[in-house]
Design a protein around this ligand. Structure first.
Ligand code: PLP
Length: 364
């Protein structure tokens, strides 16, 4: 039976990428040495690294106004790093409370003696992202931090075209490489760990506006961040300041190649919308209750409930018998969450939608 694995992250890789990794793992460069063993100063690894940086720029459609680097951290380290590159104690910074990860980003900001303006609080339901055009964003805020896709709650901004002039900082951990509408002029910084849309855990991508790059370097120094935590030093070292997480970067390289040959983010975006259409087509109606307001639905994390917790549990256990796994809702929300990133095929999404339909016919 085919396995349909809808984990919120780490997430399924495209089948072609999995297959390629299996073939290349133990002899990655044709010299009988694996990518896990080769020196990061070897010409083979340097070639892989430089190609990955180039491909990431290209596939993520990063304009020349921005610099891209790869760091060894996950997304949560960036909560603290970004604020230490973009602000000083006493500065005002703006955040939204839209879910578990957005909240943790504000916790780090509060702990660092910034004045934190929460311009939107979606609690307690966390099923909406509000009306950004009505937010009161302090004009002196160094940035507005947004979690573009709330992985736990299954909400996502339909547009990133916000009113006002305050620079944007975007957590795109579960959104990079699946939407093209980034307002680059206004975006000072983007970060995303790789394990959802373009790789496995162990590395993340940071994109910084060139206009603030040198200023960010100095701000980080004044905030007493060590050299190896300074984005600019990592960038200067072509993202090989540490001994890098070579295997995750290799996987990212193969994933980026796969995306490029499939037609780039344009295709990824279209497929994400199509998967969402298939699943929400079943969520709509009487039997399933979607968590997010329709206008703020995530294109990756499909969160819904059935009429009773017992029916939720039956849905999850019947799904397992049909080869569908890792769909239990987050502990604070209950219900079901099926997460489908770039690695999930349209056929798989169709299979899940069909399962929902059959389950409804049987138990509705
Ligand atoms: N931000 C978002 C939107 C996430 O979904 C996650 C993880 O699921 C994180 C941050 C934290 O990522 P990491 O585990 O790489 O620190």
């Amino acid at each position: 039976m085919t396995t349909h694995y809808y984990s919120p992250g780490p997430a399924s890789l495209p089948t072609a990428v999995r297959d390629l990794i299996k073939i290349e793992l133990l002899d990655t460069f044709g010299i009988s040495v694996s990518v896990m063993e080769i020196s990061h100063r070897s010409k083979q690894y340097e070639g892989l690294n430089e190609e990955t940086l180039r491909l990431a720029h290209d596939v993520f459609e990063v304009p020349d106004s921005h610099k891209l680097l790869i760091t060894p951290f996950g997304a949560q380290q960036h909560f603290s790093l970004l604020l230490n590159h973009l602000s000083r104690p006493g500065d005002t910074v703006a955040y939204t409370e839209t879910g578990v990860w957005a909240h943790l980003a504000t916790v780090d900001a509060r702990a660092s003696e910034r004045k934190v303006a929460v311009v939107y609080d979606g609690n307690p339901t966390l099923n909406s992202l509000g009306q950004p055009e009505t937010w009161q964003i302090p004009e002196n805020a160094k940035y507005l931090h947004l979690t573009v896709n709330n992985t736990v709650e299954g909400t996502e901004y339909p547009t990133l075209n916000f009113a006002g002039k305050v620079p944007l900082v975007l957590d795109m951990t579960s959104a990079l490489a699946s939407r093209r509408d980034i307002p680059w002029d206004r975006t000072h910084l983007i970060y995303a760990s790789a394990q959802k849309n373009f790789g496995i855990a162990g590395c993340s991508v940071v994109v910084i506006h060139k206009d603030i790059f040198e200023q960010a370097r100095e701000t980080a120094k004044r905030n007493i961040l060590g050299n190896a935590l300074n984005y600019c030093s990592i960038y200067d070292a072509k993202s090989v300041l540490n001994t890098p997480p070579v295997f995750p970067i290799f996987v990212m390289n193969r994933y980026l190649h796969w995306m490029k040959s499939a037609g780039g983010i344009e295709t990824m975006e279209r497929w994400a919308q199509e998967r969402a259409r298939l699943v929400y087509g079943e969520v709509d109606g009487e039997f399933y209750q979607g968590h997010a307001l329709p206008e703020h639905r995530s294109r990756h994390n499909f969160v819904f409930k059935l009429k009773t917790p017992e029916l939720d549990a039956l849905f999850i256990s019947e799904a397992a018998k049909a080869g569908i796994h890792e769909i239990k809702g987050y502990r604070t929300l209950g219900g079901v969450r099926a997460s489908m990133y770039n690695g999930i095929s349209l056929e798989s999404a169709g299979y899940f939608a069909q399962f929902m339909r059959t389950f409804k016919e049987k138990h509705g």
